[in-house]
Ligand binder design. Structure first.
Ligand code: ATR
Length: 280
């Protein structure tokens, strides 16, 4: 009997996750046998669930909050990307071993390069807004790309400094209240805070002082067009949304579990966009 590979997204909560929609779309699109299901776990269920991933029929899992760091201790090894971010978002198996990677760096850089192919050539100075888990992945992506002049702006400046010390010592920390002052020399602005997300406070930033070639990225995708992105568009700047990162980070997990490299199609994007309009 052929085995159908199962995959999951584990976290708490996970009901809001768009990942089942994405992976189930690809399974159907490529006519593959396989499954992708939600697994909402209490903290004391985590170790047991990861152990079960070793069973033959399981291919692996995505990991979301709050377990992205906790799972590392249950895995046999993690790769360079997971090590650099300090978090695993994808678990897969090779030669009976349970391995962890982080596909956010790939997802972010792929979507940015598709949206603004010349970004690296035109980027000297970058400001990352926020110093939480999402900022770690973005800062690692900047390091991978060889961008050294990074400013990390955060409400709690010590978190920004700690992040720089840990991942990219050339990065400088700035208080969020002072970020406006450095915008005239920034080529790339990336919001990784929850500000601007539906139900959260807006991100108050005047983008009129950015250079004309600047790129503005918001990794928030609810709403799809945040006020930050709308303002960037109003100033004629390149605005890059967060949904593309979500879709592209899923590509590597799917390929690792099911052996087919899937495509981020317009149809897939439209389907997820539609579900975002309905709400979380
Ligand atoms: P994630 O893992 O999604 O990045 P996180 O680790 O909780 O989430 O980080 C959230 C980020 O949004 C942090 O940079 C946080 O700033 P602090 O480190 O000062 O807490 C930022 N953030 C959240 N709410 C904010 C607010 N009202 N004003 C300014 N920054 C805020």
């Amino acid at each position: 009997m052929t085995k159908i590979p199962h995959s999951y997204v584990i976290g708490n909560p996970v009901k809001h996750s768009r990942s089942p929609q994405i992976h189930q779309y690809w399974l159907k699109h490529y006519g593959l046998d396989g499954s992708y299901e939600l697994a909402e776990l209490a903290p004391d269920q985590l170790a047991g669930f990861i152990e079960k991933l070793r069973h033959n029929e399981n291919a692996g899992a995505n990991v979301t909050l709050p377990y992205k760091s906790d799972v590392i201790g249950f895995l046999d090894d993690i790769d360079e990307d997971a090590r650099s971010v300090g978090a695993v978002n994808t678990i897969y198996k090779r030669s009976e071993k349970l391995l962890g990677t982080n596909t956010d760096i790939y997802g972010f850089l792929t979507h940015l390069s598709l949206s603004a192919p010349d970004w690296l050539k035109n980027t000297k100075n970058v400001v990352i807004l926020g110093a939480g888990g999402a900022a770690r992945a973005i800062l690692s992506a900047m390091k991978t790309s060889g961008v050294d002049n990074v400013y990390i702006a955060n409400r709690t400046i010590s978190r920004a400094q700690n992040l720089a010390d840990e991942i990219l010592p050339t990065a400088r920390s700035v208080e969020m209240s002072k970020v406006q002052g450095i915008l005239p020399s920034m080529d790339l602005v990336i919001n990784t805070t929850s500000l601007g997300m539906a139900g959260q406070l807006p991100l108050e930033l005047d983008l009129s002082t950015l250079p004309g070639h600047a790129i503005v990225v918001d990794i928030v995708y609810t709403p799809l067009k945040t006020r930050l992105l709308l303002e960037a568009e109003n100033h004629g700047l390149i605005a890059v949304d967060g949904l593309g990162m979500l879709l592209h980070q899923a590509v590597r997990g799917f390929e690792l579990w099911f052996g087919t490299r899937p495509e981020v199609t317009r149809e897939l994007r439209q389907m997820v966009e539609k579900s975002l309009e309905v709400g979380p």
